[in-house]
Design a protein around this ligand. Structure first.
Ligand SMILES: O=P(O)(O)OC[C@H]1O[C@](O)(CO)[C@@H](O)[C@@H]1O
Ligand SMILES: [Fe+2]
Length: 184
């Protein structure tokens, strides 16, 4: 079953097509993200793993504004690793971000510049502050879609390249029915 949260923004009609950006990530767009390559190949490549609806009222890169994201990660695993977002540092490394969990069960996985990794459990109502200089990704550890909001500075930017190159230093797997962060 597909589910979606819609942003109810004042003046939406002025922003649609301009300030609201929808994006979907299918499995085929997540090459190299999951550990188990065989399980990845065997997975349905057209399935949507996560969706983001971003409210961007100012130009990306412009200082002083705030962006808002409505994100949803579908449940599932690749091998025993939970469905998750690609993850990124901010291009403006020292900018922070808030995540706010609305629905479902998940984990916010973070890594600092020394490659120390840790995670925070996400459940309805949990608020997560992601400090600057910390990369972040979200895994769905439950059986239902995980909905969360994100709020980040308009000049933060996304640096996906370092994660593509170096990866996170740890990954979240299901072990004996529970999430466990395992070092690479
Ligand atoms: O950008 P990624 O790593 O694909 O993950 C998506 C998440 O990151 C954000 O784009 C912003 O940090 C969120 O809006 C979204 O939830
Ligand atoms: Fe971010």
């Amino acid at each position: 079953m597909r589910a979606k949260v819609n942003i109810d923004i004042a003046n939406t009609e002025k922003l649609v097509g301009k300030g609201v950006k929808d994006s979907k990530k299918t499995m085929s767009q997540l090459i190299g993200v999951f550990k188990d390559e065989e399980a990845f190949k065997a997975a349905d490549q057209d399935q949507v793993v996560y969706e983001v609806q971003a409210y961007m009222p100012v130009e990306e890169g412009k200082k002083g504004g705030l962006f808002w994201g409505n994100s949803m990660v579908y449940p599932g695993k690749v091998g025993t690793e939970y469905h998750m977002t690609r993850g990124h540092f901010h291009s403006n490394l020292d900018t922070g971000e808030y995540y706010w969990c609305l629905k479902g069960e998940g984990a916010l996985i973070m890594m600092d510049l020394d490659r120390n990794c840790w995670y925070e459990e996400m459940k309805p109502g949990t608020l997560h502050y992601i400090p600057g200089n910390v990369s972040h990704r979200v895994a769905n550890t439950g059986y239902e879609p995980l909905f969360f909001n994100a709020c980040w500075p308009s000049d933060a930017g996304h640096d996906y390249a370092s994660i593509e190159k170096e990866g996170f230093a740890a990954r979240l797997f299901e072990v004996d029915g529970k999430p466990q962060l395992i070092k690479e």
